[in-house]
Design a protein around this ligand. Structure first.
Ligand code: PGA
Length: 235
């Protein structure tokens, strides 16, 4: 089984830069990895037939309607897009998305056969009780979802995102196992669990080698294609 790497390009790269990015990343094959790219939404159409599957960074929970600035699961599906990040901490913290909305978005994805990549994780001040926070977040974000066909969870401690700080490998391993156990209890099945937060060239290999981890979600380190390509080639 290949490990998964998701490049979250966030609100980076202008039109010429994304085309260059596609050229550089497309010139190489990462046969040992399943690489997925999450560009800013205006580039989804540009990347929809690209070498790597494309991921929406966000979506709204309705199929259509008067929701200025939003994109719907139905629209994504009509472009042939099968993945969407849901509940990223930047959405929760900067755009005030709460657990209820995140849960509705997960449901909307599943209804439209889009695989939600659900991001969960504790804040700095919650570190001491991270297991409880993660358990509660997962319960609220999957409330009323009796079965989940496809779901990817990314464990992303909020304090590790964009800060250069990361938990030690043992802590990541414990949290990944906790999430897998919770999902087995709830759905009697295994789901993919990734880690996200300050993954870079120096730490990527050791994170990818943690027991049970299915891959990583990479933000800042994925936006320079030359750096990113080198990082992935060394795994
Ligand atoms: P980062 O972002 O790699 O820049 O910390 C991670 C993320 O988007 O979850």
């Amino acid at each position: 089984m290949n490990k998964i790497v998701i490049a979250n390009l966030k609100m980076n790269l202008d039109y010429d830069e994304i085309k260059e990015y596609m050229k550089v990343m497309g010139s190489h094959s990462f046969e040992h990895l399943d690489l997925l790219i999450a560009p800013t939404s205006i580039y989804l159409d540009l990347l929809k037939d690209y070498k790597y599957p494309v991921v929406a960074q966000n979506l709204y929970c309705q199929d259509s309607g008067s929701f200025t600035g939003e994109i719907s699961p139905k629209q994504l599906k009509s472009l042939g897009i099968h993945y969407a990040i849901v509940g990223h901490s930047e959405r929760r913290n900067i755009f005030f998305e709460n657990d209820m909305l995140v849960c509705q978005k997960v449901k909307a994805c599943l209804k439209n056969n889009i695989v939600p990549i659900l991001c969960i994780g504790e804040r700095l001040e919650e570190q001491e009780r991270a297991d409880i926070v993660i358990t509660e977040q997962l319960t609220r974000n999957l409330d009323g979802i009796p079965d989940c066909k496809d779901l990817i969870i990314s464990y992303e401690p909020v304090w590790a995102i964009g800060t250069g700080l990361i938990p030690n490998d043992n802590d990541i391993k414990d949290r990944v196992q906790l999430i897998k156990d919770l999902m087995r209890q709830k759905y009697q099945k295994d789901v993919f669990v990734l880690y996200g937060g300050s993954v870079n060239k120096e730490n990527c290999k050791s994170i990818m080698n943690i027991d049970d981890i299915d891959g990583v979600l990479v933000g800042s380190s994925s936006k320079d294609p030359i750096y990113f390509k080198e990082m992935l080639s060394n795994l």
